[in-house]
Ligand binder design. Sequence first.
Ligand SMILES: NC(=O)c1ccc[n+]([C@@H]2O[C@H](COP(=O)([O-])OP(=O)(O)OC[C@H]3O[C@@H](n4cnc5c(N)ncnc54)[C@H](O)[C@@H]3O)[C@@H](O)[C@H]2O)c1
Length: 354
Amino acid sequence: MADRSASQAVRPIENVLVTGGAGFVGSHVAWLLCRLGFRVTVVDNLSTGHRAAVPPSAAFALADLRQTEAVDKLFARGRYDAIMHFVARTLVGESNSQPIDYIRDNVGTLCNVLRAAVDHGAQAFILSSTASIFDSRDGSDIDEDQVVSPGNPYGESKLMCEKILFWAERSHGIRTAILRYFNAAGAHFAGDLGEDHRPETHLIPLVLEVALGRRPHIDIFGEDYPTPDGTCVRDYVHVLDLAAAHVKALVALRDGGGLKYNVGSGKGYSVRQVIEIAEQVTGRGIATVTRPRRAGDPASLVANSRKLQCELGWRPLHSDLRTIIRSAWAWHSRHPNGFDASDLASPANAAAAR
Ligand SMILES: NC(=O)c1ccc[n+]([C@@H]2O[C@H](COP(=O)([O-])OP(=O)(O)OC[C@H]3O[C@@H](n4cnc5c(N)ncnc54)[C@H](O)[C@@H]3O)[C@@H](O)[C@H]2O)c1
């Protein structure tokens, strides 16, 4: 790590740039930062995000971070003490069919923003990484020392980003934190901020779309895995717990960088269990269709987040599956059209005001 990171006093962190802050995870983090009194700028090209998800008290810049001129303009206009980088193309299946584009876009946007952050003296940089860097492994206690071995170009692109951060910190002293999320899920408890991916590929919103009658059934890919009920087991972490982990990391970066944490609840739930709890929470039947296994799906992926808990005092307070599904159901049933709904004229932000 460079000298600055080890010894120099850091300025208080007041101005935070949230890239991809119109997306699912970024908007919840931006909301929390605003509530805590940070001055937040969200930058997003709205390719998968929603303008209505951005907290009203955050500044918003519409820009495509693949373009260096756009990034230069952004940094010329504002001073940012810290960057939280959520921007990415995130569809694993699409990354398999477009590996070059995925790696170019995910690594390219990271390099553009990191370059500008270093040039403009930003002190801290937090990267959204993913359990997909462990993708070809099967595990129920995955800690930070697990061997990384991405099973798809999306995971590979994130691993490349992690490595770039390492070298940037070592050579330029910018303090970095990497948060490797397992499955982000749930919604803000106020009910006006939630998940609206298009296309949606995540299990919980898909299951709830069936409950809402917007989808005829949910596909279960494989019921013959070596798990208790034969379906895949995953770790779901509430998006507000994820948001809290970002704030903890931001505060910890005042004391030094090189942080790397797996972020999950530490509990695994099978696809069948998710469906069962969703049926209980919604009071509706959820039809299923069993399909063959998908290539590359490990039987079980569950985080060990003890390092984050011990070092930063983080706790997965809301990541009980029933709490996750209740909050997601509140969002989906209130806003079945996501952020398109006319009742979102004043977006996410009944929530932001609270
Ligand atoms: N959702 C999860 O379960 C999960 C799990 C692990 C890691 N992650 C990571 O967390 C981050 C956020 O995920 P999410 O689920 O909120 O995704 P998302 O698609 O909702 O958010 C990504 C945001 O980035 C914006 N964006 C994309 N390309 C851009 C570009 N070139 N310029 C400007 N803006 C651009 C999109 O419009 C969107 O608002 C991603 O980096 C993802 O890899 C997510």
